[in-house]
Design a protein around this ligand. Sequence first.
Ligand code: GLA
Length: 702
Amino acid sequence: MSDLVHLRGADVDVVVDVSTGLPTIVHWGLPLGDTVDLSAMSSAMNRTPVAGGMGEIAPISVVPMHADGFPGRPGLAGRRGGGRAWAPRFTPVRHDLDGHVLSVESHDPEAGLDLSTIISLDDVLTVTVMVTNVGSRRYSLDALTVTLPLPVEADELLTFDGRWAREMQPVRTSWPHGAVVSENRRGRTSHEHPPLVFAGRHGFGEWQGEVWGAHVAWSGNHTMLAERLADGRRYLQGGELLHPGEIVLEVGEFYRTPSLVAVYSDGGLTPATWGFHRSLRRSPTHPSSARPVLLNTWEAVYFRHDTDALCELADTAAEIGVERFVLDDGWFGSRRDDTSGLGDWWVSSEVYPDGLGPLIDHVTGLGMEFGIWVEPEMVNPDSDLFRAHPDWALTTDGYEPVLGRNQLVLDLANPAAFDHVLAALDALLRDHEISYVKWDMNRDHVQGSGSNGAAGTHDQTLALYALLDELRARHPSVEFESCASGGGRIDHEILQRTERVWTSDCNDALERQTIQRGASMLIPPEMTGAHIGPTRSHTTARVHTLAFRVATAMFCHVGIEWNVTRLDDTERAELAEAVALHKRFRPLLHSGDTVRFDTEPAYCAHGVYAADRSEGIVSFAQLTTAPSLTPPALRLPGLEPDRLYRIEHVRLPRERWGLAGSQPQWLTDGVELTGRQLAAHGIRPPVLHPESAVLFALTATT
Ligand code: GLA
């Protein structure tokens, strides 16, 4: 039946009904097979009106409409003068299928609005919608979000919360009925409300159960809703959260939603999240070169910049095997602490009397790349920039601005401010041999009005993207990192413009086990910044062995954030050994499939399998004391069932073992097991102390 369009992914099918006002996804889940008769679907599936209800059942279309009788949150909200056109009703105009991309046009001549929907299915299901004002008066848009229906069995939610230095914390909620809302008004993707939700059958795990996941790929404000309607239907909805009056469409103007990016698997969370990873890996901006091990100066020297000391740090870094040296905050303007200087992107002659040249030459002379920290969206009131252009700060006239870390947001939607920042950064990159930019953003963007007095977060977010796009176009060989006080800006849209995220300001390995596990549900390890920090963590004061810190950072884009000049020769050699170990496994770690395993809460187990399942590496960490002294066997699903795998302990410097008479034999001798055995009975991890980890490698021998 021509009203139903069938999109096929690798392990997922989507069927879209294009006869409804807006297209309606009538199936998103298991593949339906090659010989499916779609025309049978409607008669098999359709809901019939019921006593006490409306005469027609409003579909849960990608933009469900109040005027169709949809009882949940409408996908489109807005109005014209006097409150008119508040409840439009669309009819489909045309649709077009081009490969795996379906475009549908819908129209409401009464309201003077056109909606264009694009639905594509490859590694991920992606939906975007655009509304155009084709009427004769301005239209105020309050919300345009994308909605995906879910089956009733998806009755458990996995969402994430967090805070500074504790990002991506998983939260499981039973979802029998009603609505769960996650809204972010912080003007950046946020630590608190990552725009990511999974729904699945009750008790879904890493390798079991059907799982549906959705992510709003947007770096500003967002809203996500999961609702079970009283009639039993469920849906997920996500999009940009608009402040009052933020989007006003003049005649002929349009607004496009961020992409809602969605994944599905009938085999649990781990396979579902491969879709997110594969989609980022397919992006033209995804880095293809080996991820350079970096040293970041922040926790090594903070604001104590001194060329000689930094050169010494670079010498030691190079000796240890570091490949990129990143100069963090403190090199510019009057920036001797966090009270002043943001906005003045010229090299401080106070700390660098001969400029950055000598340090950069020293670093590159050692064979390392040079990277630099900037925070271009911000300004300190105590800065030359603010004194010259106080009106460039995003504030609201008549009100005292709220400061965060002594700073304000610059109005990048103001072309003069945009051009100024672009010129300053362009000159910085043009005049220095800089290969890498750590792009920071350390203040929530609140109370920010644009130059017209209306809320400015939407325009600011687009201006940020435009600024990054322009800089990347002018400096195509420079890589960028997205940092926002650590992991405050981790999303798939910023990752079209950055090769890495700074996942958290917390380098404590114990905290990082959970933070990185959460992040791995959205982004692949090569984009996930993870640093080996000092023995005593600067953000928690916990003390961890080098082995635990290395095992934790090892899987991601590795860095060191530690004053390594203070290490003695043995410690340097151990760190160099750790860096070499990472480099040995790096090709596998950054190309394979990330796998996570379900364990008791005292443990955290994850790894990477090569795409062809010829090898793998697994980490088993003990986070806290556990109910049993001997850890339960760890099952490793997802390998080739009939291949034989040799399992060998990967030794880490300064490993520490728990209180055991002896440890499992395989730890010293290795062992060979089939993929089927590894999934069925698994392997016994050693007895560990809390806050330690063991790594083991898997190599197929058949
Ligand atoms: C933020 C970042 C840190 C560091 C400091 C510098 O907190 O997350 O990594 O760059 O700013 O001020």
